[in-house]
Ligand binder design. Structure first.
Ligand code: GTP
Ligand code: MG
Length: 202
């Protein structure tokens, strides 16, 4: 169980030079624009709007660090695949995400969110491959599970697992509306923090 007493927004960054210099473990949220990354953070910490959300895709445009009781960060990444963003901005997002995932030394777990209702896009598949290539631990969360019938959730999850080539114990259905699987995913995060890289390990 994650019990966060005092979750705080700490910093929004774009470039490597701006990443926090401390060694707190990072739980990173990745996924397409509008998939529910910021809502996921808010749901897990029981806050309505610490992480900013919107029904308009492209709300999160920088890499946002949320400090959880000085124990770990939730790192809310900008969504990829947002077509309405200006060309210049789109061109910056992909590399900023990749640079972060490649270079941050304190990533403890990467959570890739995909919408349970849709077959993973080419971008989702590319992101999954990229995440695997970084060698970090990861899980996949299929968001918006409230949007489909309960009896169908498992088969949708199974299909997505197959498409992304993810082991079944690494994929979880989730809804920030109904809080479905909130406790289970909190436990997975808490567990990953128990085995965070120690501070002297490089
Ligand atoms: P970007 O910042 O653009 O990358 O988007 P995001 O991935 O952070 O998505 P955000 O959390 O802002 O949510 C986008 C929209 O989806 C909002 O209107 C949310 O209310 C809605 N949403 C998020 N999670 C869920 C969910 O579990 N169920 C339902 N029904 N809606 C959700
Ligand atoms: Mg967001």
């Amino acid at each position: 169980m994650l019990q966060i007493k005092n979750p705080k927004f700490e910093i929004s960054v774009m470039n490597k030079s701006q990443y926090p210099k401390n060694r707190m473990p990072q739980i990173v949220l990745a996924g397409k624009s509008n998939v529910g990354k910021s809502s996921f953070v808010n749901c897990l910490i029981n806050r309505k709007s610490l992480a900013r959300t919107s029904s308009e895709p492209g709300k999160t445009r920088q890499i946002n660090f949320y400090n959880m009781d000085d124990i770990f960060y939730f790192v809310d990444l900008p969504g990829y695949g947002y077509s309405k963003m200006s060309k210049a901005e789109q061109q910056k997002l992909g590399p900023a995400i990749e640079t972060f995932l490649k270079n941050s030394k304190n990533i403890n777990l990467i959570i890739l969110l995909v919408d349970i209702r849709h077959k993973p896009s080419e971008n989702d598949k590319m992101m999954m491959e990229f995440i695997k290539s970084t060698g970090n631990r990861y899980i996949v969360v299929t968001s918006k599970a409230d949007k489909i019938a309960k009896t169908k959730v498992q088969s949708y999850v199974d299909d997505i697992a197959k498409e992304l080539d993810v082991a079944e114990d690494l994929i979880f259905a989730f809804s920030s509306e109904t809080k479905f699987n909130k406790e289970l995913i909190s436990d997975v995060i808490a567990e990953s923090l128990l085995t965070a890289k120690t501070w002297d390990e490089e």
